[in-house]
Design a protein around this ligand. Structure first.
Ligand SMILES: *Cc1c(COP(=O)(O)O)cnc(C)c1O
Length: 368
C-alpha cells in the first residue's frame, strides 16, 4: 500500500520548550511514561497522496473528528524502542530498522499503510535532533520512543481507512527496577487468551493490549505483576506475557528455551537479540513448543533453574514464581546467574560500555 517514492523532507516547528530547571528535575527521576519531550513527529498518509506532510511539531493534543476510524474499530499499531546517552554525550539507539520492519508487518495485518524503513529511522533522527537534551544520563535510564500509527478517516463504515497518521512521541524513562533487579511473580491466565490462531497476536496493535487488561487486573488481584498467556488451542503450551516474551534456562545454564514464533507470539527484538547473544556464548538455544507441565517438572527436577521475561521497556525481568489457581512454580527470590549476565551484556551494549560486536547500535546525535 506504500506509494512513497522520493525521500520525505521534514519541516520543523520549534516548540516553546519546558524551562531547563523543570526538565532537569524530571530527568532526575523520570519514572516511566509520565513525562513527554517538547516535540513529536507527525506524517500523514492518504490513499491518493501516499505519505506526505512530514513534520516535527510541538508535542500536544491531537484534533480528531469523533468519526475518526481509530476511535471505532481500533485500527492502531505501535512500536517501542529507546535512545541511550553514552559517556561522551552522544545519543544512540538499538536496532531501529528492526522496529521499522516490524511496524510494517503490523501495518499489513491491521490494513494500515507501510512506512519506508528509511523514513522511520529518519523520523527518529529528526526528533532526537531537537529533543536530545531529554535523554537522561542516569544508570539504566533512557528516552523511550513510541512510534505509532492511527487510521484517521472520518467514516463509520467498516473497511480499512483511506487516511492514516504516523506519530512518534518520546518519554524519559528511569530504571525499571529501583533498588536492584528483583524477580516478579506472574499469573497464569487459564480463562483468557491473548491471541488466537489467525488472529493479531504477531501484530503490535493496541487491541491486543486492550484484551490483556482484564487478565492483568486478575493477576494484580492475585498478587502478581504480569500475566502469562497460553496458546488458545493447546491450552498447555506457553505463548508469552501481556507485553514480554518468555525464556527458561536449563541444563545448568547451558540451554536457553523459548516458545517458537508460532504466528501468535510477538516477534520481540529483545528476544531475537538474546537468542543471538546466547548463541555467541556457545549456549544451546531451543525455539520450540514449551508446556507449563515441562516448566513445572523441570523446576521440580532441577533441570530448569531460571525463568525470565524480556522486552524493550524492562529489558529482562527475572521471574520468581508462576502462580495459578492450582499450583505455584517457585523459581527463587533472587535473579539467576544467566538472567543477570545476559541482562548486563545487553544493557552494556546499549549504553556503550560493552563492545557492540553485532553492529546493533545506531548513533543518532554527535558527542558533546
Ligand atoms: C513489544 C512486545 C514484546 C517485546 O518486544 P521487544 O521488541 O523486545 O520490545 C513482547 N510481547 C508483546 C506482546 C509486545 O507487544
Amino acid at each position: 500500500m506504500s506509494t512513497q517514492t522520493a525521500p520525505l523532507a521534514f519541516s520543523v516547528t520549534e516548540a516553546t520548550r519546558l524551562p531547563v530547571a523543570e526538565r532537569d528535575a524530571i530527568l532526575q527521576s523520570p519514572g516511566f511514561g509520565d513525562h513527554f519531550t517538547d516535540h513529536m513527529v507527525s506524517i500523514d498518509w492518504s490513499i491518493t497522496e501516499g505519505w506526505h506532510n512530514a513534520e516535527v511539531i510541538p508535542y500536544g493534543p491531537l484534533q480528531l473528528d469523533p468519526a475518526s476510524s481509530v476511535l471505532h474499530y481500533g485500527q492502531e499499531i505501535f512500536e517501542g524502542l529507546k535512545a541511550y546517552r553514552h559517556a561522551d554525550g552522544s545519543v544512540w539507539t538499538f536496532r531501529p530498522e528492526e522496529n521499522g520492519k516490524r511496524l510494517n508487518e503490523s501495518a499489513k495485518r491491521i490494513a494500515l499503510p507501510e512506512l519506508p524503513v528509511e523514513t522511520f529511522v529518519e523520523a527518529l533522527r529528526q526528533l532526537l535532533a531537537v529533543d536530545a537534551d531529554w535523554v537522561p544520563s542516569g544508570e539504566d535510564s533512557s528516552l523511550y520512543l513510541r512510534p505509532f500509527m492511527i487510521a484517521n478517516e472520518n467514516f463509520l463504515g467498516v473497511r480499512s481507512a483511506h487516511k492514516a497518521r504516523f506519530l512518534i512521541i518520546a518519554s524519559p524513562a528511569g530504571p525499571y527496577f529501583t533498588g536492584g533487579v528483583k524477580p516478579v511473580s506472574i499469573w497464569l491466565s487459564t480463562e483468557y487468551s491473548r491471541a488466537g490462531h489467525g488472529g493479531t497476536g504477531e501484530a503490535k496493535c493496541g487491541g491486543n493490549y486492550a484484551s490483556s487488561l482484564l487478565p492483568q487486573n486478575e493477576a494484580a488481584a492475585n498478587g502478581c505483576q504480569q500475566v502469562l498467556f497460553l496458546d488458545a488451542k493447546t491450552e498447555d503450551t506457553i505463548d508469552e506475557l501481556g507485553g514480554m516474551n518468555l525464556f527458561l534456562v536449563a541444563d545448568a545454564g547451558k540451554t536457553l528455551i523459548t516458545p517458537a514464533l508460532n504466528g501468535n507470539i510477538l516477534h520481540g527484538i529483545t528476544r531475537a537479540s538474546l537468542i543471538q547473544l546466547a548463541k555467541n556464548r556457545g549456549m544451546a538455544v531451543e525455539e520450540r513448543a514449551v508446556t507449563v507441565s515441562e516448566w513445572r517438572e523441570g523446576a521440580a527436577s532441577g533441570r530448569i533453574t531460571e525463568a525470565f521475561a524480556c522486552g524493550t521497556a524492562a529489558v529482562i525481568t527475572p521471574i520468581g514464581a508462576l502462580k495459578s489457581p492450582d499450583f505455584t512454580i517457585e523459581m527463587g527470590t533472587e535473579p539467576g546467574e544467566v538472567t543477570l549476565s545476559l541482562r548486563a551484556e545487553l544493557t552494556g551494549m546499549q549504553t556503550g560500555v560493552v563492545a557492540d560486536e553485532n553492529g546493533w547500535m545506531l548513533q543518532l546525535t554527535e558527542a558533546k
